[in-house]
Unconditional design. Structure first.
Length: 219
């Protein structure tokens, strides 16, 4: 579990209930899932490191297996892979969550993959919502609220249906996602250039020497 704060979740749900009189708990939580899914897919804000250990004769690794550091979410994009010395390892993720290394590595090396995640089923059995990081609601409460309201007010023949307000909230949701995407691209730094993986590190293949390949594709 990625340990969202239950108090933050309660505050979000209570806010939605007061604005959508007559909305069901199940309906709100379904739209919470859909909103989070679109938010993470669009913004790339949920990034985390995943460690995996190399094996003899193997250059493709499933990030859901063999690592105790894998978050509960679904890997959707690869930012890059580096070894424990900080050197870039040429790799790709053609079909998430499988990482393919360009070169066959030596066995028993620890590699670190920087990966973008999204929410996934099954959900947290206690609250019937997906697991997601604790920092999401404190930082992006307004965006998630607008996403849920926009989706639900756009439903037809409901006591809370309101096409004009739906358009308003969905526009705000997209604007806030655009801001979050830029912040994620810069790793939430202020006044700096776009961060590229792995910044300041040399690149080399597993066979030694300097590689001219990209960290996101094979050349």
């Amino acid at each position: 579990m990625d340990n969202y704060d239950t108090l933050d979740l309660t505050r979000l749900l209570n806010s939605i209930r007061t604005k959508l009189v007559g909305a069901s708990e199940g309906g709100i939580k379904q739209e919470l899932y859909e909103t989070l899914h679109e938010f993470f897919k669009t913004t790339n804000t949920w990034k985390d490191w995943v460690q995996f250990t190399t094996r003899t004769g193997v250059n493709t690794y499933d990030l859901r297996e063999g690592s105790i550091t894998t978050p509960s979410g679904q890997p959707i994009r690869l930012v890059g892979v580096c070894d424990n010395s900080g050197y870039n390892v040429i790799s790709a993720m053609g079909v998430p969550p499988y990482i393919t290394l360009r070169d066959y590595p030596e066995p028993l090396l620890t590699y670190n993959a920087y990966v973008v995640f999204n929410v996934t089923m099954p959900v947290d059995a206690c609250n019937n919502v997906p697991d997601f990081p604790q920092w999401v609601l404190p930082l992006h409460m307004d965006a998630i609220t607008d996403g849920i309201l926009g989706r639900m007010m756009g439903q037809t023949n409901k006591s809370f249906s309101d096409e004009a307000k739906s358009v308003y909230h969905l526009r705000r949701f997209r604007d806030l996602m655009a801001q979050a995407r830029v912040a994620a691209l810069r790793d939430n730094t202020f006044g700096t250039n776009v961060w590229r993986f792995p910044q300041g590190f040399a690149a080399r293949g597993q066979r030694g020497g300097v590689s001219v390949g990209s960290d996101l594709r094979f050349t």
